[in-house]
Write a protein that binds this ligand. Structure first.
Ligand code: ATP
Length: 426
């Protein structure tokens, strides 16, 4: 893990937040390469769950919501973790992480009584800081979907089974954040609420487990590092009938990338009760009316990005290589003049300009060509194009593959087609 963290800092994937002030615990900033990788992760998710399907539409709801939302959803009463403190060393623990509840795992000291700690961040809306102006930073994006259920179902003319997807920030005042970007207090979720007819929920639950598991494999996660773990009854959240986690084998152990839960009709029923609005779906054909059940695949954009990074990291004798799926790679093509002479830089810049319309590219003329290839290998750039003396005669370039390091000659006018073919074959 240290190697990935160090690469992330060195090459500009991820930095600690407010680093020049000593950093802010558990908050991270994505640098130039990190923001590309995370955007690609979110883009591929959106493409697969919204754009390539006919039964899911998107939404982007606000982070601050009416406080009644969180009463109805149960978050004000139930969204808490059990907390204990050590009376000696003052370390703080999530009680459900501890093997023994009467001894501090760090110093052996006595622990305080267990108390429930609500994970929602509170703030105030407007100039007066009192109870009536209290609002919460959303701890999940899901509620923005539930409260828009009727708006979207009627305006987009959707009929169960159908889904609503959203990508957005969520905030949780975690007791023990850590493991780099794995557990933070501000993070991004990629959530689907998939509305189905009651009775068909378990079938759709199985479908989404399989579908989402396959998505991680498609974008390069090694099968041995991915598993689905079904929750025990006592692990279930207050709204869930059944739930599974898709887990990744991080260097610190197996841990959740995504949860898939059968939330039943809990949320829509609660919002209907609290708001007084009818949230039934009325089927014009069968004349049935019902509150749909919901299957929720809820993934973390930061955790997926971290898993893709960790899984892609590889060391060979003389190079570090990030074997990212090319569709995830921050930069798709790097363009190099072999030397700075004979108009090679000008030619290489022209080629880069031509490619930039289609892909994120990078131009580099510094250091030896071997060094330049290695710098791109380390950040996962799948293709390297070199302009050499032959280019100046016959308008061909070498195209180097990151993984095999094989080089082939390609005519400049066939480059876009060649790169597209390679990208689309994945
Ligand atoms: P955990 O058990 O790890 O605390 P959770 O079961 O509370 O996670 P969910 O409520 O199911 O998580 O949230 C859905 C997804 O949101 C998780 O699978 C994860 O990818 C992401 N997520 C949740 N909490 C965090 C966090 N503190 N930091 C980063 N991502 C998170």
């Amino acid at each position: 893990m240290e190697k990935v963290v160090s690469l992330c800092k060195r090459r500009g994937f991820i930095f600690q937040s407010s680093e020049i002030y000593g950093g802010l615990n558990s908050c991270w900033d994505y640098g130039p390469l990190g923001v590309e990788l995370k955007n690609n992760t979110k883009g591929l998710w959106w493409k697969s769950v919204v754009q390539e399907r006919e039964d899911i539409v998107g939404v982007d709801s606000s982070i601050l919501m009416h406080p009644d939302v969180w009463h109805a959803s149960g978050h004000i009463d139930n969204f808490s973790d059990p907390l204990v403190d050590c009376k000696e060393c003052k370390h703080r623990f999530r009680a459900d992480d501890l093997k023994e509840l009467n001894k501090c795992p760090d110093c052996g000291g006595e622990l305080t009584e267990l108390r429930q700690f609500n994970l929602m961040f509170k703030t105030f809306m407007g100039p007066v800081e009192d109870q009536s102006s209290t609002v919460y930073l959303r701890p999940e994006t899901a509620q923005g979907i539930f409260v828009n259920f009727k708006n979207i179902q009627t305006s987009a003319r959707m009929k169960p089974p159908f889904g609503i997807a959203q990508i957005g920030k969520a905030f949780r005042n975690e007791i023990t954040p850590g493991n780099f970007t794995f557990r933070t207090r501000e993070f991004e979720q990629m959530e689907i609420e998939f509305f189905v007819k009651p009775g068909s929920d378990l079938e759709w639950y199985e479908y989404w487990k399989e579908e989402r598991y396959r998505w991680y494999l498609k974008y390069g996660i090694k099968k041995d590092n991915l598993r689905i773990r079904e929750h025990d009854k006592n692990e279930l959240a207050h709204y869930a009938k059944v739930c599974s986690d898709i887990e990744y084998q991080f260097p610190f152990g197996w841990a959740e990338l995504e949860g898939i839960a059968d939330r039943t009709d809990f949320d829509l029923r609660q919002h209907s009760k609290q708001s007084g609005k009818d949230l039934n779906f009325f089927d014009e054909v069968t004349k049935e009316s019902y509150i749909p059940y919901v299957i929720e695949p809820s993934a973390g954009a930061d955790r997926s990005t971290l898993a893709f990074l960790v899984d892609a990291y590889d060391e060979e004798e003389d190079r570090i290589v990030l074997r990212l799926n090319p569709k995830l790679a921050p930069i798709k093509v790097a363009v190099f003049p072999l030397t700075k002479k004979d108009n090679m830089p000008e030619k290489a810049k022209d080629i880069e300009k031509m490619l930039k319309v289609y892909y994120n590219t990078f131009y580099d003329e510094k250091a030896s060509i071997g060094r330049r290839y290695r710098r791109q290998d380390e950040i996962g750039t799948p293709y390297g194009i070199t302009v050499d003396s032959i280019t100046m005669k016959d308008d061909t370039v070498t195209l180097r593959d990151r993984d095999t390091m094989e080089q082939v000659r390609v005519p400049v006018k066939g480059l876009i087609e060649e790169i597209n073919n390679r990208l689309n074959s994945l």
